[in-house]
Write a protein that binds this ligand. Structure first.
Ligand code: ZN
Length: 289
């Protein structure tokens, strides 16, 4: 039996579902105290216990991060018994040390969003949780082990700046983010990384480099009709295709390894002080009443 593990991702997960690379059945949205959850898919074989959470459904447009109901969806995942969540998304590299097609297993994050619900405890005086480690070290180590075994290019550790979007950043904004310690920039990972802590779920962030962040260089002119206006070269897009095709195998191997992975994290305890001091019930379903 595989661990209860879920992956949230956009285009690669959409293509995985379109190609039926994994035997999965659709779970329709359900009502939660935070509205309707998004559509999920439960994998039957070869990794029962693996849930897929697409940010984009086949044949449909991408759901923006501010519109995607992360609170309801994570609530439902928790209700299904999910203990580990991998957020998998594309990002633009700010540092020159990273290459297109490389996956960065994040260890830190700068939240610059302003339209997203980042807590289950709005107006409750709860949710003042320490944000270190930002991402689950147990799940991150398992993902790293799988990427290494599959000989896929990855980098362990990195800071992502999360901007609201949907527009991309200006050259001056990228210089600012770089000077503040950001290695990559993306629109994802928020709010799920913060919400997972409140539900005491292990969450890791994997950012695959899709292009270089905007530098304003005349050597990368705007190209109408090209991916990201020409920021990603067509030759580099091939590397992304390799990674996208590998995703089903990555997820199945992570799910399998999680069953026996030594639990070296404390992700199941961020709410312990709130439970003790504020008299929250043992059953997490009643934390939000
Ligand atoms: Zn953990």
């Amino acid at each position: 039996m595989a661990a209860t593990f879920a992956c949230i991702a956009g285009g690669p997960l959409c293509r995985l579902l379109e190609s039926a690379a994994l035997d999965a059945h659709r779970l329709e949205p359900s009502e939660t105290p935070f509205g309707r959850s998004e559509v999920l898919f439960a994998v039957e074989q070869p990794a029962p216990g693996l849930y897929l959470v697409p940010r984009q459904l086949p044949g449909q447009g991408r759901i923006g991060p501010a519109s995607f109901n992360y609170r309801a969806t994570l609530y439902r995942l928790k209700d299904l018994g999910v203990r580990y969540v991998l957020s998998w998304t594309g990002a633009r590299t700010i540092t020159r040390q990273l290459a297109v097609g490389q996956t960065v297993l994040l260890d830190d994050l700068i939240d610059l969003t302003h339209l997203r619900a980042t807590s289950f405890f709005e107006r409750r005086g709860l949710g003042m949780l320490r944000q270190f480690p930002v991402f689950c070290p147990t799940l991150r180590a398992v993902v790293e082990g799988v990427l290494a075994a599959m000989k896929l290019p990855y980098y362990s550790g990195g800071t992502a700046a999360v901007t609201e979007g949907p527009r991309l950043e200006t050259p001056a904004e990228i210089r600012l983010l770089g000077s503040h310690g950001a290695d990559l920039v993306t629109h994802q990972f928020v709010p799920e990384v913060f919400l997972a802590k409140e539900l005491q779920i292990c969450l890791a962030g994997a950012a695959y480099v899709v292009d270089f962040a905007e530098t304003g260089s005349r050597y990368r002119p705007f190209i109408p009709g090209e991916l990201f206006g020409g920021l990603t070269h067509s030759s580099q897009a091939d590397r992304l295709e390799v990674l996208s095709r590998a995703l089903p195998e990555i997820l199945c191997k992570v799910a399998a390894r999680l069953v026996t992975a030594p639990k070296g994290c404390q992700c199941e305890q961020p709410m312990a002080a709130h439970i003790q001091e504020n008299g929250l019930p043992e059953d997490w379903h009643h934390w939000f009443d």
